[in-house]
Design a protein around this ligand. Structure first.
Ligand code: SF4
Ligand code: SF4
Ligand code: FES
Length: 472
């Protein structure tokens, strides 16, 4: 159907709201409570627009377009209504942007600048409320900053299902509150931090760690399960590098946020994804070893090559944390061994104690991101578990292993990322996926790409280079 928004003739879809159609055509209608993946609450009234010369302004988030509808989003009447709504919203807001982590990416701050009145006309002192309360071990709640848009509440009711948050009391006493202990176990609770249009809900892990404009996002992928969700890893901008002794060696990822991807995770992540930067900061294997002694990487690769060339029945345990590109490199090296090397796909990570094993939203039971990519390349036979009694004399063990893993007396070459390495004949340190670019193939066959956030530490190699240099 044809409609008009601000003199622009548009083609609207059946059932489309004014706000959705305007957004699709690059027309900004400010809004707080509307979110594309949540039910329509219609409570903030910031999205008011003029429709067909009706006497009252209408909320763009809930009015569905009809044929020949004429909408105005920039008239003086609409702009006055926005100023009034902003004035109401700001009436009791503390405006403590100077100490608020949300500053720099706060919708309230942006809208006040773009649509608010330049001067407050409030005569009464602001109402005080609870500040920086511990809503859970992961999240703080500052009720003074809350504008009661109810996004967080609707998220727990409609997406995560914990029903952990609610708005309690009435009128000026209304506050967001934790109402169910299920909130503490909500595996998706951190999503409300990004959903909140103000600094009312903040990450305790990131609290006061950095101003957001000192940081920049790098597109990456979560390796916490076979969903391989798209994420953004936030590192310091080069021009904002820390100026202190030892700072150049600091490769800190400050936080992880969602990168919306309709093919994989939509706009959500689970809490494991939000904690990815901490999992990746675990102690590392940083030096190559041969029979327990530290050696140059080249010497370790030479020793590994000699073992593989001389092996009667070699095997490789393929890390399901590896990338598609690394699997291809390994296949290239396998070809040069004349097909003698037998491949088994190895699950580096098992569910941790207390971790949600699987659910119907995102979380998968396989806690590794690329088993599907490995099986595609190494064949269904690689699904078989490694048999310690099958007579393998040399095993190339790539990834994380239980120290008690049974290699059946074979010579072991360990490509290790996180400490401790196996007590293997050869140990070669290899990079994490924060230190290289590539892709995973997720449980649904979707490609989830990631870019390098940091360079590898000195002495750490990329597994793909190791395979190329190790081949005969
Ligand atoms: S805490 Fe944030 S998301 Fe929740 S109601 Fe308040 S402003 Fe909205
Ligand atoms: S669902 Fe899996 S891939 Fe997605 S954020 Fe959680 S652990 Fe990471
Ligand atoms: S976005 Fe329409 S009323 Fe809040």
């Amino acid at each position: 159907m044809k409609c008009t928004i601000d003199e622009l003739l548009i083609e609207a879809h059946e059932g489309e709201t004014v706000l959705q159609a305007a957004d699709r055509h690059g027309i900004e209608i400010p809004h707080f409570c509307y979110h594309a993946k949540l039910s329509i609450a219609g409570n903030c009234r910031l999205c008011l627009v003029k429709v067909n010369n009706l006497p009252k302004l209408m909320p763009a988030c809930s009015v569905v377009l009809a044929p020949d509808m004429v909408v105005q989003t920039r008239s003086e009447e609409v702009q006055r209504a926005r100023r009034q709504v902003m004035q109401f919203v700001m009436l009791n807001h503390p405006v403590d942007c100077g100490i608020c982590d949300k500053a720099g990416e706060c919708t309230l701050q942006d809208y006040q600048r773009d649509y608010g009145a330049p001067q407050s006309t409030a005569r009464d002192p602001k109402r005080h409320n609870r500040k920086l309360a511990e809503l859970s071990p992961r999240i703080t709640l500052d009720n003074e900053r809350c504008i009661l848009c109810s996004r967080c509440v609707r998220f727990t009711q409609e997406i995560s299902g914990s029903h952990g948050l609610a708005i309690v009391d009435r009128g000026a006493h209304s506050t967001v509150e934790r109402v169910a202990d299920a909130w503490l176990a909500d595996a998706y609770s951190d999503n409300v931090i990004g959903l909140c249009p103000t600094g009312a809900l903040l990450s305790r892990d990131f609290l006061y760690q950095s101003r957001v404009w000192f940081l920049e996002p790098v597109p990456s992928a979560c390796n916490g399960c076979a969903r391989a969700c798209s994420v953004q890893v936030w590192r310091r901008k080069p021009e904002r590098a820390l100026q202190m002794p030892g700072a150049p060696a600091v490769q800190a990822a400050y936080r992880v946020t969602v990168q919306e991807n309709s093919r994989i995770n939509g706009p959500w992540l689970c809490n494991t994804g939000f904690g990815l930067h901490k999992a990746m900061a675990r102690p590392r294997v940083l030096a190559a070893q041969v029979t327990g002694g530290t050696v140059a990487a080249e010497a370790a690769i030479d020793r590994a090559r000699a073992l593989l060339v001389g092996a009667r029945k070699p095997a490789v345990l393929v890390s399901s944390q590896g990338s598609d590109q690394e699997f291809d490199a390994l296949l290239g090296a396998l070809g040069r061994l004349g097909g003698r090397l037998q491949a088994f796909v190895h699950a580096d990570r098992q569910p941790a104690r207390g971790e949600v094993v699987e659910d119907t939203l995102l979380i998968r039971a396989d806690k590794n991101p690329n088993r599907a990519g490995a099986i595609t390349r190494f064949g269904a036979v690689a699904r078989e578990p490694f048999d310690a009694n099958a007579g393998h004399d040399v095993v190339l063990a790539w990834g994380e292993f239980d120290p008690a893993f049974d290699f059946g007396g074979a010579h072991v070459v360990h490509l290790a990322t996180f400490a401790p390495a196996l007590r293997a004949e050869v140990v070669i340190p290899v990079s994490t996926h924060f230190e290289r670019s590539g892709s995973f193939t997720n449980c649904d066959g979707q490609t989830s790409a990631f870019s390098a956030v940091f360079a590898p530490p000195p002495g750490v190699l990329h597994a793909a280079d190791v395979f190329a240099r190790m081949a005969p």
